[in-house]
Design a protein around this ligand. Structure first.
Ligand code: NAD
Length: 282
């Protein structure tokens, strides 16, 4: 059994990005910029946005952090996004989720220029992915695929089972696997006999948000397991996979923490560079 080390992979990607960013900036003779909008005071969101800004600074991307008070009228958020959409110094725009409940999240996300949608949440970017012409793909799913590729895990023709069908993880992961010619099954909360599906998996991706729900008896020997879940139990952070019973049967497995989690910011940086190149190449 081999551990898929997301922390190491992400730091190698960030190092390589530093070089790519500096040659792109030389080629197009202007800096790369990412705008991050944080509304309210949510403590984890503050940490996530600070980490995103730090990653930008590390690899040579300018970061513009907008901290808005919870209670600011929605029109002002939309006006800020409108300004950023038209600002040449901004190549990517990200609204940190979740927004406080009073705001219409989908309306706010919809106002981001699809060419600057580095989170890949827009109908346009999701549509491109589904057409097999991905441009800016949601960061966590892209991180999952990048881990499989980094560890040279064959995807074509394999039975891939995805547990979870959210728009931000399950569905885009399934589309990415399909685009790489896996045979894909998507399971969800109404799936009957979940174990019958998961036991067929050569590649099992779990993104359900249910602590340790996948146990050793639910997988076949040799399975590759990517655990996207982040849950908190009495011992601290854990994934959706019961690592202790699944790992002995797996050929590859991601730990939680240290698996998919660290990849997300590396993919955000990758997407910001890609958005910059697309905008300048057009
Ligand atoms: P979500 O709640 O939007 O979706 C969960 C999905 O799991 C749903 O489609 C639901 O049908 C399915 N599901 C729930 N219970 C199930 C069950 N018992 N059997 C089968 N399917 C079941 O969650 P999400 O946003 O997709 O996130 C999933 C998990 O991934 C969460 O733990 C979240 O914290 C984590 N996550 C991690 C990262 C990261 O960077 N590592 C990023 C995003 C989400």
């Amino acid at each position: 059994m081999q551990i898929i080390d997301g922390k190491k992979t992400a730091s190698e990607i960030r190092l390589a990005l530093k070089e790519k960013v500096s040659s792109a900036v030389m080629k197009y003779k202007k800096p790369i910029g990412l705008a991050v909008i944080l509304v309210g005071d949510d403590a984890p969101s503050k940490i996530y946005t600070a980490n995103k800004a730090k990653a930008c600074n590390e690899i040579g991307i300018q970061s513009f952090l907008y901290r808005l008070e919870d209670g600011i009228p929605q029109e002002e958020i939309l006006a800020l996004i409108d300004r950023l959409n038209r600002d040449d110094a901004v190549n990517g725009i990200l609204v940190q989720l979740p927004l406080p409940k009073r705001y219409d999240e989908s309306n706010i996300l919809k106002s981001i220029d699809v060419n600057k949608d580095v989170d890949g949440y827009s109908a346009y970017q999701i549509g491109r992915l589904n057409l097999g012409k991905p441009e800016l793909v949601s960061c966590t799913p892209l991180g999952v695929l990048t881990l499989l590729d980094t560890y040279q895990i064959p995807i074509e023709g394999k039975e891939a089972v995805v547990v979870g069908r959210s728009n931000v993880v399950g569905k885009p992961v399934a589309q990415l696997l399909l685009s790489r010619n896996a045979t894909v099954t998507i399971c969800h909360s109404r799936t009957q006999n979940l174990a019958e599906h998961t036991r067929r998996a050569d590649i099992l991706i779990v993104a359900a948000g249910r602590a340790k729900m996948i146990t050793g008896d639910m997988v076949k020997r040799g399975v590759v397991v990517i655990d996207v879940g982040i849950n908190r139990d009495e011992h601290g952070l854990c994934g959706d996979v019961d690592f202790d019973s699944v790992a002995p049967k797996a050929s590859y497995i991601t730990p939680v923490p240290g698996g998919v989690g660290p990849m997300t910011i590396a993919m955000l940086m990758t997407n910001t560079l890609k958005a910059y190149e697309l905008q300048n190449g057009r």
